[in-house]
Design a protein. Structure first.
Length: 361
Protein backbone atom coordinates (compact mmCIF):
# COMPACT_ATOMS: atom_id res chain seq x y z
CA UNK A 1 0.00 0.00 0.00
CA UNK A 2 1.44 3.36 -1.06
CA UNK A 3 1.46 5.85 1.80
CA UNK A 4 3.74 8.64 0.54
CA UNK A 5 3.63 11.22 -2.24
CA UNK A 6 6.35 13.55 -3.52
CA UNK A 7 5.34 16.57 -5.60
CA UNK A 8 7.93 18.55 -7.53
CA UNK A 9 7.43 22.29 -8.00
CA UNK A 10 10.07 23.23 -10.60
CA UNK A 11 10.09 27.01 -10.24
CA UNK A 12 12.70 29.37 -8.80
CA UNK A 13 13.24 33.10 -9.04
CA UNK A 14 16.84 32.39 -9.97
CA UNK A 15 19.29 29.48 -10.11
CA UNK A 16 21.91 29.00 -7.39
CA UNK A 17 25.42 28.35 -8.65
CA UNK A 18 25.68 24.88 -7.11
CA UNK A 19 22.20 23.71 -8.11
CA UNK A 20 21.72 20.91 -10.65
CA UNK A 21 18.03 20.27 -9.91
CA UNK A 22 15.38 20.75 -12.58
CA UNK A 23 13.98 24.25 -12.12
CA UNK A 24 12.66 27.09 -14.26
CA UNK A 25 12.28 30.84 -13.82
CA UNK A 26 9.07 31.08 -15.89
CA UNK A 27 6.87 31.97 -12.93
CA UNK A 28 4.01 32.98 -15.23
CA UNK A 29 3.48 29.25 -15.91
CA UNK A 30 2.85 28.28 -12.28
CA UNK A 31 -0.95 28.18 -12.55
CA UNK A 32 -0.88 26.18 -15.78
CA UNK A 33 1.58 23.80 -14.15
CA UNK A 34 -0.66 23.24 -11.13
CA UNK A 35 -3.59 22.51 -13.43
CA UNK A 36 -1.51 19.89 -15.27
CA UNK A 37 -0.25 18.50 -12.00
CA UNK A 38 -3.85 18.11 -10.87
CA UNK A 39 -4.63 16.14 -14.03
CA UNK A 40 -1.64 13.84 -13.51
CA UNK A 41 -2.53 13.12 -9.89
CA UNK A 42 -6.19 12.51 -10.65
CA UNK A 43 -5.22 10.06 -13.40
CA UNK A 44 -2.71 8.04 -11.35
CA UNK A 45 -3.55 8.33 -7.66
CA UNK A 46 -5.80 5.51 -6.44
CA UNK A 47 -7.18 7.19 -3.33
CA UNK A 48 -4.87 5.59 -0.76
CA UNK A 49 -4.68 7.22 2.66
CA UNK A 50 -1.35 9.02 2.83
CA UNK A 51 0.97 9.13 5.81
CA UNK A 52 3.28 11.72 4.18
CA UNK A 53 3.00 14.37 1.49
CA UNK A 54 6.05 16.39 0.48
CA UNK A 55 6.20 19.49 -1.76
CA UNK A 56 9.79 19.92 -2.96
CA UNK A 57 11.51 21.94 -5.61
CA UNK A 58 12.45 24.25 -6.95
CA UNK A 59 10.68 26.63 -4.62
CA UNK A 60 7.18 25.46 -3.61
CA UNK A 61 6.69 28.64 -1.56
CA UNK A 62 6.36 30.55 -4.83
CA UNK A 63 2.99 28.88 -5.40
CA UNK A 64 -0.10 30.79 -4.16
CA UNK A 65 -1.86 29.03 -1.31
CA UNK A 66 -5.08 28.63 -3.30
CA UNK A 67 -3.23 26.56 -5.90
CA UNK A 68 -1.50 24.48 -3.24
CA UNK A 69 -4.89 23.78 -1.69
CA UNK A 70 -6.17 22.61 -5.06
CA UNK A 71 -3.58 19.84 -4.95
CA UNK A 72 -3.92 18.93 -1.28
CA UNK A 73 -7.68 18.47 -1.63
CA UNK A 74 -7.19 15.62 -4.10
CA UNK A 75 -5.60 13.36 -1.49
CA UNK A 76 -6.90 11.25 1.38
CA UNK A 77 -4.86 11.13 4.59
CA UNK A 78 -4.32 9.03 7.67
CA UNK A 79 -5.30 10.47 11.04
CA UNK A 80 -1.92 12.18 11.66
CA UNK A 81 -0.14 12.79 8.34
CA UNK A 82 3.15 14.60 7.89
CA UNK A 83 2.71 17.30 5.22
CA UNK A 84 5.91 19.14 4.33
CA UNK A 85 6.66 22.16 2.19
CA UNK A 86 10.08 23.52 1.26
CA UNK A 87 10.44 27.29 1.45
CA UNK A 88 13.08 29.88 0.70
CA UNK A 89 13.65 32.40 3.52
CA UNK A 90 13.11 35.42 1.27
CA UNK A 91 9.70 34.28 -0.01
CA UNK A 92 7.70 34.13 3.18
CA UNK A 93 5.25 36.45 4.91
CA UNK A 94 3.39 35.70 8.12
CA UNK A 95 -0.03 35.60 6.45
CA UNK A 96 1.24 33.14 3.81
CA UNK A 97 2.67 30.81 6.46
CA UNK A 98 -0.49 30.97 8.56
CA UNK A 99 -2.54 29.99 5.54
CA UNK A 100 -0.18 27.09 4.81
CA UNK A 101 -0.62 25.85 8.36
CA UNK A 102 -4.41 26.15 8.10
CA UNK A 103 -4.34 24.15 4.86
CA UNK A 104 -2.76 21.24 6.72
CA UNK A 105 0.98 21.75 6.27
CA UNK A 106 2.63 20.81 9.56
CA UNK A 107 6.29 20.49 8.63
CA UNK A 108 8.50 23.11 7.00
CA UNK A 109 11.92 22.72 5.40
CA UNK A 110 13.82 26.01 5.07
CA UNK A 111 16.51 26.32 2.38
CA UNK A 112 18.91 28.27 4.55
CA UNK A 113 22.31 26.71 3.60
CA UNK A 114 24.51 29.00 5.79
CA UNK A 115 24.39 32.12 7.95
CA UNK A 116 27.49 33.59 6.30
CA UNK A 117 26.20 36.50 4.20
CA UNK A 118 29.36 36.61 2.08
CA UNK A 119 29.02 32.94 1.19
CA UNK A 120 25.28 33.29 0.55
CA UNK A 121 26.05 35.98 -2.00
CA UNK A 122 28.89 33.95 -3.49
CA UNK A 123 26.70 30.89 -4.09
CA UNK A 124 23.87 32.88 -5.63
CA UNK A 125 21.29 32.73 -2.84
CA UNK A 126 18.75 35.54 -2.80
CA UNK A 127 18.36 35.70 0.97
CA UNK A 128 20.54 36.98 3.81
CA UNK A 129 21.13 35.49 7.26
CA UNK A 130 18.54 37.81 8.83
CA UNK A 131 15.91 36.31 6.51
CA UNK A 132 16.57 32.82 7.93
CA UNK A 133 15.95 34.07 11.45
CA UNK A 134 12.79 35.89 10.36
CA UNK A 135 11.50 32.81 8.51
CA UNK A 136 11.85 30.59 11.59
CA UNK A 137 10.22 33.19 13.84
CA UNK A 138 7.29 33.63 11.44
CA UNK A 139 6.89 29.88 10.99
CA UNK A 140 6.59 29.42 14.75
CA UNK A 141 4.07 32.27 14.97
CA UNK A 142 2.06 30.59 12.24
CA UNK A 143 1.86 27.39 14.31
CA UNK A 144 4.67 25.23 12.90
CA UNK A 145 6.30 23.05 15.54
CA UNK A 146 8.30 20.87 13.17
CA UNK A 147 10.88 22.98 11.36
CA UNK A 148 13.87 21.68 9.40
CA UNK A 149 16.79 23.70 8.05
CA UNK A 150 19.33 22.91 5.34
CA UNK A 151 23.05 23.25 5.94
CA UNK A 152 25.58 22.93 3.12
CA UNK A 153 29.19 22.30 4.11
CA UNK A 154 32.27 22.36 1.90
CA UNK A 155 31.30 25.71 0.32
CA UNK A 156 33.96 28.07 -1.11
CA UNK A 157 35.86 29.98 1.64
CA UNK A 158 33.97 28.04 4.34
CA UNK A 159 35.86 26.91 7.45
CA UNK A 160 35.12 24.48 10.27
CA UNK A 161 34.65 27.48 12.55
CA UNK A 162 32.13 28.85 10.06
CA UNK A 163 30.18 25.58 10.03
CA UNK A 164 30.13 25.54 13.83
CA UNK A 165 28.87 29.13 13.84
CA UNK A 166 26.02 28.10 11.53
CA UNK A 167 25.10 25.23 13.83
CA UNK A 168 25.15 27.44 16.91
CA UNK A 169 22.71 29.86 15.29
CA UNK A 170 20.42 27.08 14.09
CA UNK A 171 20.21 25.54 17.55
CA UNK A 172 19.58 28.95 19.11
CA UNK A 173 16.53 29.30 16.83
CA UNK A 174 14.95 26.21 18.38
CA UNK A 175 14.54 24.14 15.22
CA UNK A 176 13.87 20.38 15.34
CA UNK A 177 15.71 18.98 12.32
CA UNK A 178 18.87 19.66 10.30
CA UNK A 179 19.57 18.27 6.82
CA UNK A 180 23.25 18.49 5.91
CA UNK A 181 24.74 18.32 2.44
CA UNK A 182 28.42 18.09 1.55
CA UNK A 183 28.94 20.22 -1.55
CA UNK A 184 29.39 18.20 -4.72
CA UNK A 185 29.75 20.14 -7.94
CA UNK A 186 27.59 18.61 -10.66
CA UNK A 187 28.24 19.12 -14.37
CA UNK A 188 24.72 20.48 -14.91
CA UNK A 189 25.23 23.36 -12.46
CA UNK A 190 26.72 26.80 -13.12
CA UNK A 191 29.79 25.76 -11.15
CA UNK A 192 30.06 22.61 -13.23
CA UNK A 193 31.27 24.84 -16.04
CA UNK A 194 33.06 27.33 -13.78
CA UNK A 195 34.29 25.34 -10.77
CA UNK A 196 35.43 27.36 -7.75
CA UNK A 197 38.03 26.34 -5.18
CA UNK A 198 36.30 24.40 -2.40
CA UNK A 199 37.47 22.57 0.73
CA UNK A 200 39.03 19.20 -0.12
CA UNK A 201 37.58 15.83 0.89
CA UNK A 202 39.57 15.68 4.11
CA UNK A 203 38.31 19.09 5.18
CA UNK A 204 34.74 18.13 4.30
CA UNK A 205 35.13 14.98 6.39
CA UNK A 206 36.34 17.10 9.33
CA UNK A 207 33.33 19.39 8.86
CA UNK A 208 30.99 16.40 8.90
CA UNK A 209 32.49 15.07 12.11
CA UNK A 210 32.14 18.53 13.70
CA UNK A 211 28.48 18.65 12.62
CA UNK A 212 27.83 15.19 14.06
CA UNK A 213 29.56 15.87 17.38
CA UNK A 214 28.07 19.34 17.82
CA UNK A 215 24.49 18.29 17.19
CA UNK A 216 24.67 15.11 19.24
CA UNK A 217 25.82 17.12 22.27
CA UNK A 218 22.69 19.27 21.89
CA UNK A 219 20.07 16.56 21.78
CA UNK A 220 19.99 15.82 18.06
CA UNK A 221 20.86 12.40 16.71
CA UNK A 222 21.93 11.28 13.27
CA UNK A 223 19.20 8.96 12.03
CA UNK A 224 20.46 8.92 8.43
CA UNK A 225 23.80 9.82 6.88
CA UNK A 226 22.78 13.42 6.13
CA UNK A 227 19.98 14.04 8.61
CA UNK A 228 19.82 14.93 12.29
CA UNK A 229 16.69 15.31 14.40
CA UNK A 230 15.40 15.69 17.91
CA UNK A 231 13.63 12.50 18.98
CA UNK A 232 10.22 12.31 17.35
CA UNK A 233 11.04 14.79 14.58
CA UNK A 234 12.62 12.46 12.05
CA UNK A 235 11.33 13.06 8.51
CA UNK A 236 8.74 10.34 8.07
CA UNK A 237 8.63 11.06 4.34
CA UNK A 238 12.36 10.58 3.82
CA UNK A 239 12.38 7.49 6.04
CA UNK A 240 9.86 6.02 3.61
CA UNK A 241 12.55 6.30 0.89
CA UNK A 242 15.31 4.82 3.06
CA UNK A 243 13.06 1.98 4.18
CA UNK A 244 12.76 1.17 0.47
CA UNK A 245 8.99 1.57 0.42
CA UNK A 246 6.90 2.61 -2.55
CA UNK A 247 5.73 6.16 -3.25
CA UNK A 248 4.11 8.30 -5.91
CA UNK A 249 6.13 11.03 -7.63
CA UNK A 250 4.14 13.77 -9.37
CA UNK A 251 5.28 16.74 -11.44
CA UNK A 252 7.98 17.52 -13.99
CA UNK A 253 11.15 15.46 -13.35
CA UNK A 254 9.57 13.70 -10.35
CA UNK A 255 10.52 10.09 -9.62
CA UNK A 256 8.30 7.40 -8.15
CA UNK A 257 8.38 3.74 -7.15
CA UNK A 258 5.30 1.56 -7.65
CA UNK A 259 4.88 -2.23 -7.79
CA UNK A 260 8.60 -2.84 -8.25
CA UNK A 261 8.97 -0.20 -10.98
CA UNK A 262 11.01 2.97 -10.62
CA UNK A 263 9.80 5.67 -13.00
CA UNK A 264 10.54 9.30 -13.82
CA UNK A 265 8.50 12.05 -15.41
CA UNK A 266 9.33 14.41 -18.26
CA UNK A 267 11.99 16.94 -17.20
CA UNK A 268 11.27 19.54 -19.89
CA UNK A 269 8.63 21.91 -18.52
CA UNK A 270 6.91 22.65 -21.82
CA UNK A 271 6.76 18.96 -22.75
CA UNK A 272 5.30 18.14 -19.35
CA UNK A 273 2.66 20.84 -19.77
CA UNK A 274 1.67 19.30 -23.10
CA UNK A 275 1.35 15.79 -21.64
CA UNK A 276 1.49 15.49 -17.85
CA UNK A 277 -0.06 12.06 -17.65
CA UNK A 278 2.59 9.56 -18.70
CA UNK A 279 6.08 8.98 -17.21
CA UNK A 280 8.93 8.86 -19.72
CA UNK A 281 11.20 6.23 -18.16
CA UNK A 282 10.44 2.91 -16.47
CA UNK A 283 12.76 0.44 -14.79
CA UNK A 284 11.25 -2.77 -13.47
CA UNK A 285 13.72 -3.89 -10.85
CA UNK A 286 15.12 -7.39 -10.89
CA UNK A 287 15.39 -9.35 -7.63
CA UNK A 288 19.11 -8.51 -7.58
CA UNK A 289 18.46 -4.80 -8.04
CA UNK A 290 15.90 -4.86 -5.23
CA UNK A 291 18.47 -6.52 -2.95
CA UNK A 292 21.09 -3.93 -3.89
CA UNK A 293 18.71 -1.10 -3.05
CA UNK A 294 17.72 -2.73 0.25
CA UNK A 295 21.41 -2.82 1.25
CA UNK A 296 22.32 0.62 -0.06
CA UNK A 297 19.35 2.41 1.46
CA UNK A 298 19.46 0.42 4.68
CA UNK A 299 23.07 1.32 5.39
CA UNK A 300 22.23 5.02 4.99
CA UNK A 301 20.14 4.78 8.17
CA UNK A 302 21.84 4.91 11.55
CA UNK A 303 19.70 1.93 12.58
CA UNK A 304 21.24 0.05 9.66
CA UNK A 305 19.96 -3.00 7.84
CA UNK A 306 17.62 -5.64 9.23
CA UNK A 307 19.00 -9.06 8.30
CA UNK A 308 15.79 -10.92 9.16
CA UNK A 309 13.81 -8.72 6.77
CA UNK A 310 16.42 -9.27 4.05
CA UNK A 311 16.29 -13.02 4.64
CA UNK A 312 12.50 -13.03 4.40
CA UNK A 313 12.46 -10.90 1.24
CA UNK A 314 15.38 -12.42 -0.64
CA UNK A 315 16.08 -15.79 0.93
CA UNK A 316 19.71 -15.07 1.81
CA UNK A 317 21.69 -15.22 5.03
CA UNK A 318 23.35 -11.83 5.07
CA UNK A 319 26.07 -12.63 7.59
CA UNK A 320 27.34 -15.63 5.63
CA UNK A 321 26.83 -14.24 2.10
CA UNK A 322 28.76 -11.05 2.87
CA UNK A 323 31.14 -12.43 5.52
CA UNK A 324 34.25 -11.42 3.58
CA UNK A 325 33.13 -7.78 3.28
CA UNK A 326 31.95 -7.63 6.89
CA UNK A 327 35.31 -8.93 8.06
CA UNK A 328 37.24 -6.58 5.78
CA UNK A 329 35.41 -3.52 7.15
CA UNK A 330 34.89 -4.72 10.72
CA UNK A 331 36.35 -1.44 12.01
CA UNK A 332 33.60 0.47 10.16
CA UNK A 333 30.57 -1.83 10.38
CA UNK A 334 28.91 -2.53 13.73
CA UNK A 335 26.67 -5.43 14.68
CA UNK A 336 23.23 -4.40 15.96
CA UNK A 337 20.43 -6.46 17.52
CA UNK A 338 18.68 -6.40 14.13
CA UNK A 339 21.66 -6.57 11.77
CA UNK A 340 24.47 -4.21 10.84
CA UNK A 341 25.14 -0.50 10.57
CA UNK A 342 27.95 1.88 9.65
CA UNK A 343 29.69 3.68 12.50
CA UNK A 344 30.75 7.32 12.11
CA UNK A 345 34.05 6.44 10.46
CA UNK A 346 32.21 4.04 8.19
CA UNK A 347 29.90 6.83 7.08
CA UNK A 348 32.94 8.79 5.89
CA UNK A 349 33.89 5.97 3.50
CA UNK A 350 30.35 4.73 2.87
CA UNK A 351 30.64 4.99 -0.92
CA UNK A 352 33.64 2.65 -0.89
CA UNK A 353 32.01 0.14 1.45
CA UNK A 354 28.67 0.10 -0.33
CA UNK A 355 30.32 -0.31 -3.73
CA UNK A 356 31.72 -3.63 -2.51
CA UNK A 357 28.32 -4.87 -1.36
CA UNK A 358 26.79 -3.87 -4.69
CA UNK A 359 29.50 -5.52 -6.76
CA UNK A 360 29.14 -8.69 -4.67
CA UNK A 361 25.35 -9.09 -4.95
Amino acid sequence: MVKSVYIHIPFCKSKCKYCSFISYTELDKIEEYINCLSKEISDVYKGEKLDTLYFGGGTPSLVPTGLLNKIIKIFNFTENPEITIEINPDDVEESYLKTLFNLGFNRMSIGSQTFDDNILKLIGRRHESKDIIEAVILAKKAGFKNISVDLIYGLPTQTIRGVKNDLEKFVELGIQHVSTYGLKIEEESFWGKNPPAIPDDDMQADMYIEINNFLEKRGFYRYEISNFALKGFESRHNLNYWNNNEYYGFGASAHGYLEGVRYSNECDLDKYLLNPIHPVTFNRLTAQEKLEEEIFLGFRKTSGINIKEIQNKFGIYFGSKYKEILDKYKSYIEKTPAGYRLNLQGVLISNLILSEFLSDT
